[in-house]
Design a protein around this ligand. Structure first.
Ligand code: BTN
Length: 247
């Protein structure tokens, strides 16, 4: 079971370039244990999705990467990993009383503000996923992030809890492990859970699609992770990350 191995081995860096990139670099030459967690107090060049930068003040937030090896997932089905991680983080937040939602593809938002971002990077052998690096940045103390288009938010636990970011990590990991343990048998549940918690779904809203302003309703996500939008003119749009912007 994945829950038996996640976090058994943990490395902590007070400062590192990027926990995701460090794992990806090490994997080129070294055998690393399955379930390894790498966390950091600070990242000099933290990575966000689509080549953005992940900024985080020193020792204020959770910055971690988890290594999972040889997951039984087809490359064509890899978006299921995003769902599993998003639902894991979401369920952890719900367990501490925070009503969070998933903003497609895998941001976590609370009251329209981003509280966490996840970056999943796979290495492949042919069509098989070999290594999966799951990066999670969770705002615990910090609320101002200059690189965010929208205001961010944070868990904002009592001061005595927030001083121990490791505790937050340890509390959150079982929720993520649970999703990976049930990846095969709990697939239907996971898909439903993701949809039920999808931010702004089933609401008519403005989006920018390939530079054109449209009114549309989020109807779901394809197995490859494209966003399904139904436009005002009843056109079904399948959008990838670069093609669509929430307005
Ligand atoms: C995003 O929302 O753009 C994804 C952000 C992911 C940030 C985390 S922080 C730990 C890990 N290491 C990185 O360099 N990025 C991820």
């Amino acid at each position: 079971m994945i829950s038996d191995i996640i976090g058994k081995n943990q490395f902590y860096f007070s400062s590192i370039y990027s926990t995701n990139n460090w794992l990806l670099d090490m994997l080129k030459t070294d055998e690393l244990p399955n379930g390894l967690i790498v966390s950091a107090g600070f990242q000099e060049s933290g990575r966000g999705m689509v080549n953005t930068v992940w900024e985080s003040e020193r020792n204020q937030n959770v910055l971690l990467s988890l290594l999972l090896k040889n997951l039984p997932i087809d490359v064509s089905d890899q978006f299921v990993l995003n769902k599993a991680v998003a639902i894991g983080v979401l369920n952890y937040l719900k367990s501490v009383g925070i009503a969070a939602e998933i903003k497609w593809p895998n941001d976590i938002v609370v009251n329209h503000n981003k509280i966490a971002g996840t970056l999943i990077q796979n290495t492949l052998i042919g069509k098989r996923i070999k290594n999966t690096v799951v990066g999670i940045g969770l705002n615990v103390n910090q609320t101002f992030f200059s690189d965010f288009k929208r205001k961010a938010t944070s868990i904002g636990l009592e001061k005595e809890n927030t001083s121990n970011l490791q505790l937050t990590i340890n509390n959150m990991l079982p929720f993520i492990a649970y999703q990976f343990d049930h990846l095969r048998v709990g697939r239907k549940n996971l898909d439903k859970n993701y949809l039920d918690n999808l931010y702004l779904s089933n609401l008519k809203r403005p989006y920018l699609f390939n530079g054109e302003k449209i009114e549309a309703v989020i109807k779901g996500v394809t197995p490859e992770g494209k966003l399904k939008l139904l436009s005002n003119s009843n056109r079904l749009i399948l959008a990838d990350l670069k093609a669509v912007e929430f307005l």
